[in-house]
Design a protein around this ligand. Sequence first.
Ligand SMILES: O=P(O)(O)OC[C@H]1O[C@H](OP(=O)(O)OP(=O)(O)O)[C@H](O)[C@@H]1O
Ligand SMILES: Nc1ncnc2[nH]cnc12
Length: 173
Amino acid sequence: MEHDELKKYIHDVPDFPKPGIVFKDIAPLLASAKARTAAVDLLLKEVENLKIDTVVGIESRGFLLGTLLADRLGAKFVMVRKPGKLPGDLERMPYQLEYGYDTLEIQEHAIAKGEKVLIHDDVLATGGTVSAAADLVEKVGGEVVALNFLMELSFLNGRKKIKSHKVLPLIKF
Ligand SMILES: O=P(O)(O)OC[C@H]1O[C@H](OP(=O)(O)OP(=O)(O)O)[C@H](O)[C@@H]1O
Ligand SMILES: Nc1ncnc2[nH]cnc12
């Protein structure tokens, strides 16, 4: 399955979760074993030569394909989570996203100094979420090698917020 066919498994939902937002729903892609496998195969192609030690997935949709990708890379998987979900010593980062505000957290000892990290999420929209996640990974000592997404919503200019990192989206809208 190629990129254009994969797009058919991502459905537009107007005015969700707020009026004026067109939500890109990945439920049909997750529901299809064929589309899910194709997505992970294509994501893998983009990153398999980057010598990744660790995939960091962003709660919650970043966990879905992120763990599958880590598995295929033989890499470690680390969670970046919404507030109050992770135990122990944490680093925290507030951020703005397309339809609101939130905070992300990571466990302080989740990543060793100099570990090569791939951050994965399903959507790059305004870029607030992934920028906060990259800051967290760097705060705890990781080296962010690339930011990898199932899709980029190009019209929201998320790349403007991402200064120095390689951005690898599978699909662009
Ligand atoms: O580029 P941005 O404008 O920051 O938006 C992208 C983020 O928004 C969505 O997450 P959401 O916070 O809706 O949470 P979810 O993954 O738990 O559904 C999506 O999964 C990304 O993480
Ligand atoms: N339009 C959108 N659709 C799905 N997830 C998103 N995250 C941020 N903006 C989004």
